[in-house]
Ligand binder design. Structure first.
Ligand code: KIV
Ligand code: ZN
Length: 504
């Protein structure tokens, strides 16, 4: 019988704490719901002591997600544990994830603790946590660089104090697959069978997925990972990579996971939309080129039989090749059905909004493909109040005049306001005109544009990142067949998010 490997998703904790990946409460909740649909066994929702926002996010996720276990991270201290416990109060099936470093480097230079101090701390914190919550995961930070005998002692102390899962980390992404294999084998041999071993890897040397796979081979029963592999520095083990490797090479691993693979692409896309971090074209499983065949020989082979050059079917991860599915005569019901087939579950209100957008785009594009639908539905993953909407814009620009833009916005109270501005190019001018209307003092940190589909009537997707006065970064996204309109919409989307955040 195939052994079940638990998938512990830490996108909302280890992923979210990496630069450019921060999410607001609404976005975290949307992603948590999608992770539940994806079939993650455990969702690490955050590090509650880190900030009031983290605490709130863990509490809300614990309250709303019922089909996955919710975990919260805490250091090995009673104060941290109390905080995480309080954040998890509403969870149906909570887990405390307690960590302390066990490598000499960390103990000496970071913790300034001896081995005995660390063992004492493990005993005290795990046994205290066990009085609050039954499911305790103990994590040895920097385990791969720890002395093996001491690491084992630390793990045995945690088990004696009540931990039922032990997390073996490669915190700095230093280990090689064979080292991880040996380490997991060693711990597995010396720890009772009923204790689950987890593996948590970082990708500094590009080995995070390989290391997780070798850990599974050596007896790990839980893999920690993030969607798109986001995370500290070079990231974590990517969920899609490890799950699809286990699935595709079940002949080698003889294990299964609870992941609904058809939800993988959708989850990856949702995260990219929320964070504004694009997915590299050549990224395994979810990248634009992952299932593209360019060379004639490959195309010929695939036409004869897909298995010549395809080891995974795109449909198995929820990618439906650019099919021409709908046109301007398609109704709301056809759109709803297509969305359902593609794995989207959206409320009736949001469906109305998507349908309105769909109709507008269908006026400009002959066929609406699955890719178009994905980007249309994207913004409604995290619906926000639209304080400002675009009414009209006029832009003048050329090589012998400086660019000017006139932008008219409608406020949610119905009032209209228009401003004109000059800028270094049409987009800069349009953004400055918006700034004059909204008077909020944002600064533009980043701007990117990409074409979503091919052809003359391709949709352009613009992502902007705005810095607010409190230094927080807000991501906005806009979509249109006209790139200036897409830019204005992206800017307004970020402005509206920032205003919504200020009023929380
Ligand atoms: O990389 C790491 O060691 C971690 C632990 C705190 C789980 O993220
Ligand atoms: Zn980590």
């Amino acid at each position: 019988m195939e052994k079940l490997i638990k998938i512990f998703d830490t996108t909302l904790r280890d992923g979210e704490q990496s630069p450019g990946c921060s999410m607001n409460l609404k976005e975290k909740l949307e992603l948590a719901k999608q992770l539940e649909r994806l079939g993650a066994d455990i969702i690490e929702a955050g590090f509650p002591i880190a900030s009031p926002e983290d605490f709130q996010a863990v509490s809300e996720i614990a309250k709303q997600i019922k089909n996955a276990q919710i975990a919260a991270l805490c250091r090995a201290s009673r104060n941290d544990i109390d905080c995480a416990y309080n954040a998890l109060k509403k969870a149906v099936n909570p887990r405390l994830h307690i960590f302390i470093a066990t490598s000499k480097i960390h103990m000496e230079h970071k913790l300034k603790m001896t081995e005995n101090d660390v063992l004492e701390r493990i005993k005290d914190s795990v046994s205290y946590a066990k009085t609050l919550i039954d499911d305790i995961q103990f994590c040895a930070e920097d385990a791969s660089r720890s002395d093996r005998e001491f690491l084992l002692k630390a793990f045995k102390t945690a088990v004696d104090a009540g931990a039922s899962t032990l997390n073996i980390t490669d915190t700095v992404g230093y280990a090689s697959p064979s080292e991880i294999f040996d380490l997991v084998k060693y711990i597995r041999k010396n720890i009772p069978e009923n204790i689950t071993l987890a593996i948590h890897c970082h990708n500094d040397l590009g080995c995070a997925v390989a290391n997780a796979l070798f850990a599974v081979k050596a007896g790990a029963g839980q893999v920690e990972c993030t969607v798109n592999g986001i995370g500290e520095r070079a990231g974590n083990t990517s969920l899609e990579g490890v799950v699809m490797a286990l699935y595709t090479r079940s002949d080698m691993f003889n294990v299964r996971t609870n992941i609904v693979t058809k939800q993988i692409y959708r989850t990856s896309k949702m995260l990219s939309t929320i964070t504004g971090i694009p997915i590299a074209r050549n990224k395994p499983i979810v990248g634009e080129n992952a299932f593209a065949h360019e060379s004639g020989i490959h195309q010929h082979g695939v036409m004869n039989n897909r298995s010549t050059y395809e080891i995974i079917s795109p449909e198995s991860v929820g990618i439906y090749q650019n099919r021409m599915v709908l046109g301007k005569h398609s109704g709301r019901h056809a759109l709803e059905e297509r969305l359902y087939e593609m794995g989207y579950r959206i409320s009736s209100d949001n469906l109305d909004r998507v349908f309105d957008k769909f109709k507008l785009i269908a006026e400009k594009k002959k066929y609406i493909t699955d890719k178009d639908i994905e980007v249309l539905v994207g913004p409604y993953a995290s619906q926000i109040k639209e304080t400002y909407r675009l009414k009209t814009f006029v832009v003048n620009s050329g090589s012998v005049i400086s660019a000017t833009a006139v932008v008219k916005l409608i406020r949610d109270d119905g009032t209209e306001k228009e401003h004109v501005a000059r800028g270094d190019g049409p987009i800069d001018a349009a953004f400055k005109a918006i700034d004059r209307v909204v008077k909020q003092g944002f600064s533009l940190e980043n701007y990117s544009i990409q074409s979503v589909t091919e052809g003359e009537d391709a949709l352009g997707e613009v992502i902007v990142k705005l810095k607010c006065s409190d230094d927080s970064i807000i991501t906005g996204r806009g979509l249109s067949t006209d790139i200036i309109e897409a830019s204005i919409k992206a800017y307004l989307n970020a402005v509206n998010k920032a205003i919504a955040q200020q009023s929380v």
